[in-house]
Design a protein around this ligand. Structure first.
Ligand code: G1P
Length: 292
């Protein structure tokens, strides 16, 4: 029997984005553009490609612009239509009526708490999670990270997280897996630990911001105490599910940019500009010139 399909995705977007101040004083970090698309748009596009229909944003004060982005901007469209302008750039921002939902995380108690805030909307079905800071870009002609995960999920069911390898000295910034056996891109997860000291990390395979989880995680989160950094950690709740349900990691065949850091954001901007036929040649020439 194939497992229940993944129809819903949760996007925790309540963070304050302090690392990007002053840019994020008024504009949510998730609306900062990488070339001409806000970060959140990349994540939603990746979800749609994977067949996900319902997008659940866990927002907070000052972050409602994210929900607005997926609404129809009547005045804008009307004026552009009158002027005979092409509206196709807005196509990805159009959602099926009813498929954009937002819930509030009133207090920033951690990622686990943010996900738990969506429990009533998620209900009793498996769901995906996207951390939009992690920009996952498919290879040319390839598929996105979540689509690769959904394909794996259809075979093994249970819970899946995306992982990638980082230099050992960086593991303390992430969730880290204790890997079991691997078959191609799929690795069994034997344990999970959030932001371990380098010396205690079970591997250099980090959780990279994409999850497919069974709804039982909401019950675990309900009673989850504070973990690393004094926050309610999703990683800690997932760790408790290992052994009770299948748990696998998928190594994404594609490129990942850490847009939670300024350097990663610049890297993503350059990489995407260099992959765009409408600007690659010009950007390449400019970059080479600057490097002289
Ligand atoms: C979160 C997760 C961590 C994961 C990381 C990926 O951490 O808690 O397990 O590895 O995202 O970016 P944060 O970056 O919110 O501290």
């Amino acid at each position: 029997m194939s497992p229940k399909p993944i129809r819903k995705a949760v996007f925790p977007v309540a963070g304050l984005g302090t690392r990007f101040l002053p840019a994020t004083k008024v504009v949510p970090k998730e609306l900062l553009p990488v070339v001409d698309r806000p970060l959140i748009q990349y994540a939603v596009d990746e979800a749609r490609e994977a067949g996900i229909e319902q997008m659940i944003f866990v927002t907070g004060r000052g972050k409602t612009g994210i929900v607005e982005h997926f609404d129809i901007a009547f005045e804008l469209e009307h004026t552009m239509n009158d002027r005979g302008k092409d509206l196709s750039a807005l196509d990805p921002t159009r959602a099926t009526p009813g498929d954009i939902i937002s819930v509030r995380q009133q207090v920033p108690l951690g990622l686990g708490h943010a996900i738990w805030c969506a429990r009533a909307i998620v209900g009793d079905e498996p769901f995906a999670i996207f951390l939009p800071d992690e920009l996952m870009v498919a290879k040319e002609g390839g598929t996105g990270c979540m689509k690769q995960m959904v394909e794996a999920y259809e075979k093994v069911g249970g819970n899946l997280i995306s992982v990638l390898e980082v230099p050992m000295e960086q593991v303390s910034s992430y969730g880290v897996i204790d890997p079991g056996q691997s078959h191609g891109a799929l690795t069994e997860v034997r344990g999970l630990v959030e932001k371990p000291p380098v010396a205690e990390a079970p591997s250099n395979k980090i959780v990279s911001g994409r999850y497919i989880l069974q709804p039982e995680v909401m019950r675990v989160l309900e009673n989850q105490g504070k973990g690393a950094g004094g926050e309610i950690q999703l990683t800690d709740a997932m760790a408790k599910m290992i052994g009770t349900q299948p748990f696998h990691a998928v190594t994404f065949d594609g490129n990942r940019y850490d847009c939670g850091s300024k350097v990663g954001f610049v890297e993503a901007t350059l990489a995407i500009a260099l992959s765009r036929p409408d600007m690659a040649a010009e950007v390449r020439a400019i970059a080479l010139d600057l490097l002289k």
